[in-house]
Design a protein around this ligand. Structure first.
Ligand SMILES: [Zn+2]
Length: 218
């Protein structure tokens, strides 16, 4: 469980999320959780990920029965272990027969309460390898899902004009004329450098797009 803090990272290589900037930033932001030295007892604190997806236990055809499983994984462990089934915990099953898009919150509530407790208070635990008692805490680092399930977990609708959870209401999505289909055509130009040659390209991009909208987010 201390592997993430004790392993030696090959320079410029990422073999585990613990090598990532995001992980290190998390540690810096929450020193009480991670400890600044990264090798004190706090490295035994648990790093969790939550993943969920719908599942049809009776196959794609025949009975239309769909349930949702929520699996917690442990990212303290080395890469060879952290994605193996003994260390993946099936914590919640949302029963069918219907796809319970809104109800998943209800089923997740006890789990979220417990994760919150583990983050704020922790629980007394015993480390058998060091023969020590310590206060074990846990953090939910991220969630893993497809894009529709992202909306169920986050509460942000991932369909329609504001489907992007990053751009939110700043989205430049618009409807195509005949069938009101949402499109993000040309919406990426604003991420280009202000002097990028595409900015002046009037031929290959959408015409009559107000230039202030394009520049707004650059
Ligand atoms: Zn976006």
């Amino acid at each position: 469980m201390r592997w993430h803090a004790e392993h030696i990272q090959t320079p410029r290589e990422m073999s585990h999320p613990a090598d990532s900037v995001a992980w290190k930033t998390f540690d810096k932001t929450h020193p009480f959780f991670a400890s600044e030295s990264r090798n004190a007892s706090e490295s035994r604190n648990v790093r969790l990920a939550l993943s969920t997806d719908g599942f049809k236990p009776f196959g794609q055809t025949g009975s239309q029965y769909s349930l949702w499983s929520v699996i917690l994984t442990l990212y303290n462990l080395p890469p060879l272990m952290c994605m193996k089934d003994p260390y993946m915990f099936l914590t919640v099953i949302v029963p069918g027969p219907n796809n319970s898009k809104q109800n998943i919150d209800v089923f997740l509530q006890p789990l979220i309460a417990e994760i919150n407790d583990l983050w704020t208070e922790g629980i007394p635990a015993y480390d058998i390898s060091r023969k020590q008692n310590f206060q074990l805490r846990a953090a939910l680092m991220w969630t893993i899902s497809d894009f529709p399930a992202y909306s169920m977990l986050s509460g942000w609708s991932t369909s329609g004009h504001r489907a992007s959870p990053y751009c939110m209401e700043d989205s430049l999505a618009f409807s195509l004329k005949p069938r009101r289909k949402t499109t993000w055509f040309d919406c990426h130009m604003r991420f280009l450098n202000r002097n990028h040659r595409f900015r002046r390209d009037e031929k290959n991009f959408r015409k009559n797009i107000p230039s202030f909208l394009v520049l707004l987010h650059s």
